[in-house]
Design a protein around this ligand. Structure first.
Ligand code: GLN
Length: 247
């Protein structure tokens, strides 16, 4: 039984739509498997020490909040890339956090925000917000959630998306892709209660974090009953399907 160490980046700034709830899911699902989850806030004044955390979490935010943290976060880019890309820590970045993990984000009012450059993508805000329920097909099975963003994210050639959009807008409303996956890192626009209704995704992140913790293979958790989670997924997926195809 291990302690999974989570580094929660800028919880005071990037926590739109209760993104923090994702942490509660990770804590419960770890506990049900006999592991502790130790969550450390990594704010403006904290540095990132590669190896110190098994899973990083970055939530979403409005352009204003993103602008406040962007430079500070970009200053920690080398350490974060070293921790995740070289060191193999897991990462979940949601919406505003997802945008800032790419090379940069140009906000709605033209503000240029530097990114971490960890994920192979760039984001520019468009005129119309992309809002609504989303359903994806991913390697981890179907994923359902809610999106609300002005940013249009373009993945670099050859980059791996989190999934294909079945219903909803996704990265840019055009490409048919949503999110980005790089090793044990996932970036996605799906926020609010993403993990409560997508337990397989939560477990995958915990399995990857444990692999980092132990230095061994990622374990394969026994499934949990997840009846409520399945119902929550169905509500969300049903709303997304009712929206019809992409756009
Ligand atoms: N401010 C960003 C956008 O509008 C991210 C929004 C969010 O995190 N919900 O694209």
């Amino acid at each position: 039984m291990s302690t999974i160490r989570v580094g929660h980046l800028y919880p005071d700034y990037l926590n739109i739509y209760a993104d923090r709830g994702n942490i509660a899911v990770l804590a419960r699902r770890s506990a049900w498997r006999g592991h502790d989850l130790e969550v450390t806030a990594l704010g403006m004044d904290e540095s990132i020490e590669p190896g110190a955390h098994d899973l990083y979490y970055v939530g979403g935010g409005q352009d204003r909040e993103q602008f406040l943290v962007a430079e500070n976060l970009a200053g920690k880019a080398e350490a974060l890339v070293s921790a995740v890309v070289e060191g193999g820590a897991a990462l979940l970045a949601v919406c505003g956090g997802y945008q800032l993990l790419g090379r940069g984000y140009r906000g709605f009012h033209g503000e240029e925000m530097p990114g971490v450059g960890l994920l192979p993508l760039e984001t520019v805000a468009g005129e119309r917000r992309l809002i609504g329920d989303v359903l994806l097909e991913t390697d981890l099975g179907p994923v359902a959630g809610f999106e609300n963003h002005a940013g249009r994210t373009r993945l670099d050639e050859g980059a791996t998306p989190l999934g294909r959009v079945v219903s909803g807008f996704g990265n840019d409303g055009e490409s048919g892709f949503e999110g980005c996956r790089l090793g044990r890192a996932i970036g996605t626009y799906l926020h609010g209660p993403l993990l409560p209704r997508n337990p397989r995704l939560a477990d995958w992140l915990l399995e990857q974090a444990l692999a980092h913790r132990t230095g061994g293979e990622a374990p394969a958790f026994d499934p949990l009953p997840d009846d409520l989670e399945a119902l929550a997924f169905e509500v969300s997926a049903g709303r997304a399907r009712a929206r019809g195809g992409r756009s």
